[in-house]
Design a protein around this ligand. Structure first.
Ligand SMILES: [Zn+2]
Length: 81
């Protein structure tokens, strides 16, 4: 199967090309920390905008429902008062 690259208005932050294409992906995220070794990995399915000229990847966002799942295991460090 061949797909034609899509020229977009979105510019690559690395090379300035407008030849980026969105790809559907799957990623397996392991929760950090020895205490979390038994926690199942979190599977997320983000779209990646990949520059077909230089290979840079941008617009990688974890969907909100999976972000909630990651936060269950990792607490942000408290900010200084
Ligand atoms: Zn690029």
């Amino acid at each position: 199967m061949e797909t034609t690259a899509v020229r977009t208005e979105r510019r690559c932050k690395q090379c300035g090309s407008n030849c980026t294409t969105d790809f559907q992906t799957e990623t397996c995220i392991h929760i950090p920390g020895r205490e979390n070794l038994a926690v199942p990995a979190v599977f997320v399915f983000p779209k990646l905008a990949i520059c077909l000229d230089c290979g840079a990847v941008s617009d990688f966002l974890i969907p909100a429902d999976h972000l909630v799942e990651l936060r269950r295991y990792v607490r942000p460090q408290s900010s200084p008062a």
